[in-house]
Design a protein around this ligand. Structure first.
Ligand SMILES: Cc1ncc(COP(=O)(O)O)c(C=O)c1O
Length: 385
């Protein structure tokens, strides 16, 4: 199989990730933070070290490991941030490249009278003009939510400019770094990002079931979940101290052991080097696709070189994306994703409504040698043979 679905989850994972998870299961698989025996303390200390590592990785100016909160994925992290930080009457500005993990919580809260929101548009490559966000800001705007990099076109947004405009108006900036963490610099201090929502299983190379929030000094979400924390068990309300305020129940300790190894692997190799490898392949792939009659690459337009992650969406005249995905899988052994990619609103701007696209996404283990086969498969499919 040629795996081209790294935007869904990176695969394969570095060997060190599986090794760390195996080692955890073999030697340390106790419940961290729940008991005072040495092994439980060591397991807890390892998780706390990872909190600090992630805070540093995202350059959180708060410099407090307890402000890294673990969740099973970016979706829960985004829900915690949106629900925990917005109060009834607040207004939110998001944008149309947003994933359903932002759109659905916003719609749910609006239906329940919890907030109002507006969505800034994007252009036909998926880029959001910061002025489009600025125009939607009202005196009630509490938060701007930005998808750092689109999981449909790979378009990378102008986070520094949007951070500046939010900070100047005392508005919180919540960054969805699900696609960008591990391949783009996410610098909370430099770019004035108040909250980062990340997932562990994509560019950070960890296993599924890991993700979280990193809270800057201005972000104090209220508790949304309540349950066991292993501390102050006599209290009937969720403790106010972080990370307990936002974490309830036993953590995914084995997953976090894998995430720690994934993060170390990324830091060791260097996000810039990883990104250069992946985007180099994507650029070559785009050039190959442009030579195939009937194929249309969405986004990745002229003048946007260097402004995309290695995520390439395409359509083929007269062939349904789902059918292309099936042919690629069954006849060619190529794994891609088809459809709307949980980001339904961007497709109006791209012209890929309602069927969506065929998405190829490259990872650190994708190779140049795989490209000719992709070209051969797409040429045959586009020709109808
Ligand atoms: C832009 C974006 N945001 C959020 C998510 C949700 O991530 P998770 O599956 O970890 O909840 C994804 C996953 O594909 C994504 O691409």
């Amino acid at each position: 199989m040629i795996y081209c679905d790294n935007a869904a989850t990176s695969f394969p994972k570095p060997e060190a990730v599986a090794a760390a998870m195996n080692a955890h299961l073999a030697t340390e698989a106790v419940n961290p933070g729940r008991a005072g025996f040495d092994l439980a303390l060591e397991a807890g200390a390892r998780i706390d070290a990872l909190r600090g590592d992630l805070g540093r990785f995202f350059n959180n100016p708060a410099r407090d490991p307890d402000r890294t909160i673990f969740t099973p994925n970016a979706t829960l992290a985004l829900n915690l941030a949106i629900r925990g930080l917005c109060r009834p009457g607040d207004h939110v500005v998001a944008e149309v490249t947003a994933h359903n993990s932002v759109l659905r919580p916003l719609h749910m809260l609006r239906r329940r009278g919890g907030l109002t929101f507006d969505l800034a548009p994007c252009d036909s490559s998926g880029f959001v003009d910061p002025a489009g966000i600025e125009r939607l800001i009202t005196p009630a705007t509490r938060m701007v939510i930005l998808n750092h990099a689109s999981n449909v076109t790979g378009a990378v947004q102008a986070v520094a400019e949007i951070g500046r405009l939010c900070r100047g108006r005392d508005i919180l900036l919540l960054l969805d770094a699900a696609q960008s963490a591990g391949v783009l610099t996410v610098d909370m201090a430099r770019d004035r990002i108040d909250v980062v929502a990340f997932t562990g299983h994509k560019g950070l190379m960890g296993p599924t079931g890991t993700g979280g929030l990193v809270l800057g000094p201005r972000a104090e979400p209220v508790a949304i979940l309540a349950g066991g924390t292993g501390v102050r068990s006599a209290e009937l309300f969720q403790p106010e101290t972080l990370p307990y305020r936002l974490e309830a129940g036993t953590l995914n300790a084995v997953g976090l052991a894998g995430l720690q190894a994934g993060l170390a692997w990324v830091e060791n190799r260097g996000p810039d080097r990883i990104a250069a490898h992946e985007t180099g392949l994507a650029a070559e792939f785009v050039a190959l696709c442009r030579g195939i009659a009937g194929l249309k690459v969405l986004g990745h337009g002229t003048g946007s070189a260097g402004r995309h992650l290695a995520v390439v969406s395409l359509t083929c005249a007269g062939v349904d994306p789902e059918k292309i995905g099936t042919l690629l899988d069954v006849q060619w052994g190529i794994a891609v994703r088809t459809g709307l990619h949980c980001a339904p609103l961007i497709h109006a701007a791209l012209g890929s409504d309602p069927a969506g696209t065929v998405r190829f996404s490259f990872g650190p283990f994708s190779t140049k040698e795989q490209l000719p086969r992709l070209q051969e498969a797409l040429t045959a499919i586009a020709r109808g043979s």
